[in-house]
Design a binder for this molecule. Sequence first.
Ligand code: CO
Length: 134
Amino acid sequence: MIGKLNHVAIAVPDLEAASAQYRDTLGAKVGAPQDEPDHGVTVVFIELPNTKVELLHPLGEASPIRGFLDKNPSGGIHHICYEVEDILAARDKLQATGARVLGDGEPKIGAHGKPVLFLHPKDFTGTLVELEQV
Ligand code: CO
């Protein structure tokens, strides 16, 4: 059902420092910060030959990653995103197995302008999983 690894998202306390590290130390292609007010994050996209890394930083007081950074002050892997062809079919199949979809269960438009859903980390070996329809 799942296809390519679309991205790995890393929550970071200092977006500037993390961007500089990926650009200057690791030699990656690092984009400019983009505010995503609907998702409560500022994102920096890092393009790798086979996938992407997204650096996430809280935007606004109600940011969904603020609690994560409180627990992981130096930052950490926040979620991984897999591509699916049909997000509603994927959701229905997963829910039928008892997996929990976060929020109201309806796909939202993600940072790439495509429908996304998040799956409960306790149902997926401690990892927050994002599904993105491609
Ligand atoms: Co993501």
